[in-house]
Design a protein around this ligand. Structure first.
Ligand SMILES: Cc1cc2nc3c(=O)[nH]c(=O)nc-3n(C[C@H](O)[C@H](O)[C@H](O)COP(=O)(O)O)c2cc1C
Ligand code: SF4
Length: 451
């Protein structure tokens, strides 16, 4: 283990836990007992004092969500764990479940107790077969040991769509429909709504909820003694791309981007320096000028970039940013569900203009149109996906203007064979290499047909 790593969530020796007995032997389920003996408001107060921020991308404080839903007068409330893990370059939730599926269930039960939930549901993808098998085994053991009554904890298996991870899309899927984001947020319109019930729901990411048991067990002070004041604790990074040591690394926040890339990541894979990092589809490109920043939500946000779900896709100087812009905007256009016109046509148009530039058919008009559409495609939309297309494309136009301009003025192409949307299918721990999905999605008619 590298000296900069710190394992709170992952087992110290990285050996997967075999069964609930091993979990209990390591102190598992103590936190749940402790929480159930506390007043639910005190549980929320502990999570607040720990300043636990959501690890699903936005870093929103978990305690604010919990307190908000607890305070609603509604009879039925739900807690949902988001384990859709659809963000390109992210594998942390499946990695964590592979090592220890018990933590997240214990965290869900503590959260459900704190907010007064009727049920706790973990939403994931049907295609994550080995992860689902791990979760199902752990759930059976929880039920057999009498930790939870049958039916209270559920696993929902959804389709392979990026929007399954969008919290309003995930709730639609749990309610038996396509994951097309609804209008109202989960704390207003939750699971299983009908004419008389709105069922406020907390949605938290799998890693967020996995932090909960140890915070309750060891106390908020223990948690805030790690990492930064802004984002205490640890974060699990998925480090992929043109870096010597790609892999999964749990670290305390507060280390610098440079420490992550060079000390842990080993520096560039080839003889070219790093050019840019994509730290999630909602963030501007991270550039070498950002490498000495400390990693936490606040510091990166203040610098105009972001931590996202800590999936860092690293590109070296050989990579074409025009190609990357096309690839990522195509991923978003393909993923749009089409309910909102500005997003439906806007994301596709942005992708088509990048395609012209990439294919040697570009002109100044393409650049102008991308700027124009990326300013408009976000209007009156139900979710953040078109903002993502806007952020990624404007960031690349601004930070790599000369490079993109070149393709507007010349008929050269920038088509590369080995650049893929890094949708991670698996991680080979023996070789520390990621396996990517071979067949990235094309435009599909399913959503349109159903709508
Ligand atoms: C298009 C899109 C995809 C998303 N995918 C995921 C995902 O796969 N997993 C996840 O936890 N959050 C995802 N999110 C963020 C969720 O909507 C939500 O903010 C998160 O689950 C909240 O959990 P947290 O507060 O614990 O971070 C996505 C958001 C958008 C806009
Ligand atoms: S903004 Fe786009 S992806 Fe989100 S709901 Fe509307 S059409 Fe679907």
């Amino acid at each position: 283990m590298h000296p900069l790593e710190k394992r709170n969530l992952l087992p110290e020796d990285l050996k997967p836990l075999k069964n609930i007995k091993e979990y209990i032997a390591q102190g598992g389920l103590e936190a749940l007992k402790k929480a159930r003996a506390m007043d639910p408001n005190d549980v929320i107060a502990e999570i607040k004092a720990a300043n636990l921020r959501g690890r699903g991308g936005a870093g929103f404080p978990a305690a604010i969500k919990w307190a908000g839903v607890r305070a609603t007068p509604d009879e039925k409330k739900y807690l949902v764990c988001n384990m859709a893990e659809g963000e390109p370059g992210t594998y942390k939730d499946r990695y964590l479940i592979g090592k220890n599926p018990y933590l997240v269930f214990e965290g869900m039960l503590i959260g459900a107790y704190a907010i007064g939930a009727k049920q706790a549901i973990l939403g994931t993808k049907d295609k994550f077969k080995s992860t689902v098998a791990r979760l199902e085994q752990a759930l059976r053991e929880f039920e057999q040991q009498g930790v939870v009554e049958k039916g209270f904890l559920q696993i929902h298996l959804g389709p392979d769509d990026y929007l399954l991870g969008e919290e309003k899309g995930l709730l639609e899927s749990i309610d038996g429909r396509q994951p097309m984001p609804r209008f109202f947020p989960p704390f207003m319109v939750g699971v299983g709504v009908n004419a008389t019930e709105t069922n406020p729901t907390v949605v938290n990411n799998c890693e967020t909820l996995s932090h909960v048991p140890k915070i309750i067990q060891n106390g908020a002070e223990w948690f805030t003694s790690m990492g930064t004041e802004d984002t205490p604790g640890t974060v699990i990074f998925t480090l992929s791309g043109d870096v010597k040591n790609p892999g999964m690394y749990e670290v305390e926040t507060g280390l610098t981007v440079r420490q992550l890339l060079y000390d842990i990541g080993g520096g560039p894979r080839g003889d070219k320096e790093f050019k840019a990092i994509l730290s999630g589809m909602s963030n501007r490109m991270m550039l070498p000028e950002h490498f000495d920043l400390k990693i936490d939500f606040g510091t990166l946000r203040n610098a105009g970039i972001g931590l996202g779900s800590a999936g860092f896709i690293v590109y070296d100087a050989d990579r074409s940013m025009c190609e990357i812009a096309w690839m990522m905007t195509k991923f978003l256009a393909v993923s749009s569900c089409g309910q909102c016109i500005p997003c439906n046509s806007g994301t596709r148009n942005i992708m088509e203009h990048f395609e012209n530039l990439r294919n040697g058919k570009g002109s100044q008009n393409d650049i102008d149109m991308i700027r124009d559409i990326s300013g408009r495609c976000t209007q009156q939309t139900r979710c953040f996906l078109p903002q993502q297309a806007s952020i990624v494309s404007q960031s690349i136009l601004n930070s790599f203007s000369e490079e993109i301009q070149y393709y507007a003025e010349n008929s050269d192409t920038c088509i590369s064979d080995d650049l893929v949307v890094p949708k991670i299918q698996d991680f080979d721990e023996a070789t520390s290499q990621f396996v990517y999905e071979k067949d990235p999605k094309e435009f599909r008619p399913e959503f349109d047909v159903l709508y």
